[in-house]
Design a protein around this ligand. Sequence first.
Ligand code: HSE
Length: 319
Amino acid sequence: MEKQHKNLRGSGDEVTIFCPATVANVSCGFDALGFALEGIGDEMVIRKVATLGVKITTITGEDLPMEARNNVAGVAGNAMLEGIQADFGIEIEIHKKIRSGSGIGSSSASAAGVVYGINQLLTTPISHLELTKYAMKGEALASGNEHADNVAPCIYGGMTLITGYNPFRITSLPPMKTIYVGILHPHIKIATKDARTILPKNVPLKDAITQAQRLAGFVASLYEWDKQLFAESIQDVLAEPHRKQLIPHFDAIKTISKQHGCIAFGISGSGPSLFTFAFAKADIDNYLTASKAYYKQQNLEVDTYSSQISSTGCSLVPE
Ligand code: HSE
């Protein structure tokens, strides 16, 4: 069932929003699966003003376009203001903590944050599904394609599955309490557009069947909480074989994750970040320490995050 926004409002006509980082694809669900990370994300201030349209007043943390039409938050914000025929405009402050081109939903956080923020300023908020449609317009500017596997979990929270684009449908999957997530971000940039260009336009029937079985297995594992099926299902025969060449030492890091008891490993979105799941936090922390040391030996800087799947997506930052 489609969740509705709580009618929360900041004081006056300004809200501050936390927009979480997200992991898309989750290996078995290309352009379909994604989840929100806990404690990693951007902040945005959305201010209602009389002048129609979107004006970006401040960007910190990243060097991004200030013109609304060239900025994912600007595009998503304008799409929503036009869609709801708003009789007001907005000013946006964007405070980036998620690095662009890192693969953990940097552009999506901006696109989702602005539409979530505008919604908080409405007396009659619109649904998460409608918000996601507008956020996808911003995502398309960054990736060249309207896909919702980052923006949906950023808005809904938890693990989301896009079950169709036409008609557009999103399902929130059952929560998992005992899963820990490791994120390893090697300091290289991969543009989603480029990572999509290298994928073949057609896939062999055998691979299509395997991928369908993995995604089905993954979803079934969550409803029955079958840990073994969960672990076995997180594999990717569509994108990973082509994209892993973009990520230095991919196979070595995958081996390290297995050696430390992690039960799944893959590319986060279009990379270069790598996600790992484990049933114990210590396994994640030990894996992150070991992989960081490995990358250091190769003279490559990395950021590491130990996190969990966040049940909440964008949220109001208390005043
Ligand atoms: N599903 C997208 C991709 C996620 O892998 O290209 C990155 O935006």
